[in-house]
Ligand binder design. Sequence first.
Ligand SMILES: NC(=O)c1ccc[n+]([C@@H]2O[C@H](COP(=O)([O-])OP(=O)(O)OC[C@H]3O[C@@H](n4cnc5c(N)ncnc54)[C@H](OP(=O)(O)O)[C@@H]3O)[C@@H](O)[C@H]2O)c1
Length: 303
Amino acid sequence: MKILLFGKDGLLGNELKFKLGQLGNVVALNRHKTNFLSGNIINFDELIKTIRTFRPDIVVNAAAYTNVEKAEIEYRLAYKTNSEALEIISYETRVLESILVHYSTNYVFDGISNKSWNEDDFANPIGVYGKSKLQGENIIKSSGCKYLILRTGWVYGIQGNNFISKILQLAQEARELKVVNDQVGSPTNVSLLADLSIYAICKIQKDARLYGLYHLTSCGITSWYEYAFFILSWFKNKGFNLKIGPNQIISISSDNYAKSIRPLNSMLNCNLFERKFSVKIPHWKTEVSNYLLKYNNFLFNKN
Ligand SMILES: NC(=O)c1ccc[n+]([C@@H]2O[C@H](COP(=O)([O-])OP(=O)(O)OC[C@H]3O[C@@H](n4cnc5c(N)ncnc54)[C@H](OP(=O)(O)O)[C@@H]3O)[C@@H](O)[C@H]2O)c1
């Protein structure tokens, strides 16, 4: 089994590049050339050459333009990366009759709902990032290739800066900690996302009825404020010395920001994934606790 991974150095790609080895021979690429193969997905000639040379059985695309704020300005680059590149990738995948695994986002929804979003709910993104990702999804769906699209959200991991390390850093520096209370979702451990992706890939290889688009986050719901409260409470309860405790976090509304391009409710309903793949997805609190248990010292001493 030959697997081609794009975006190997990103939060998710970094996790997948090791774990995909369970499935076969992995060539993992970033935007630079490795052994004559280029992983720059917006250099279309090189992209075609890479896929045709390697002839993968499975293409996993973890590369994306992910800066939600900057996408409003660099919209051409966002569309090129998140949608136009998918025309090439899905076309080449279809010709090879291989499988395309791709990731999308809860930001394809406008956030105006009180319930969690289902896969077939109307997608109406409010920012360029979400729009470009939705366009990418649609290109894949209409390409005729065999695909698995996983929409996820609020992903965290040990690599790079993310919400957990940011909150901890601010609490250690005794900086004013204001966190929005009206945007809700489900924090998702990148390790869980990678494990469930691989599990799903194994299943779809055996059962073609499973191809399609699914929501995949941890289960349970929280706001950024409650999430921050949970993180600082965890450290406080374990005896870590923080300059700002959970009760000093200032809860604010998104109205405090001039223009919010982030949906208020971005909670994804993952029942379809659980049902089709016969799996029980863990609660975000369990996952965050396990993550903090594993990495608390590293996170605390990092700042
Ligand atoms: N993280 C989240 O909370 C979240 C939430 C919802 C959905 N997702 C989706 O999950 C997937 C993985 O995201 P992530 O969190 O791992 O994002 P990430 O950490 O920003 O990684 C994205 C990777 O894509 C690479 N990339 C960008 N343009 C490229 C290009 N032209 N050619 C090749 N590589 C390119 C980046 O490389 P450079 O560093 O060189 O630019 C980076 O390594 C994406 O599809 C994203 O939309 C993530």
